[in-house]
Write a protein that binds this ligand. Sequence first.
Ligand SMILES: [Zn+2]
Length: 88
Amino acid sequence: MKMKLNCEEISELLSASLDRRLSLAEKLSLRLHWAMCKFCREYKRQMLMIHQALSHWKKTAPQSEDLQLSLKAKQSIKDILQNQVSEG
Ligand SMILES: [Zn+2]
């Protein structure tokens, strides 16, 4: 695992962190990048905000539909954020 990641790799790592636990090296790479990159700090803030809203919503959503709905919702969050990235 290389330590210096670009913004795209950081955003991928951030969305991966919503699905799995990151390794120490991955967490360090994120922190290192966030220390230098204002854009990715803002991206993280938005991502976590949406993720928190989603987890709150998941708690209140019916259990049987939970998985499918959350996968769809996650995908649309990624789409929204990727559109923001390309608009720059
Ligand atoms: Zn960045």
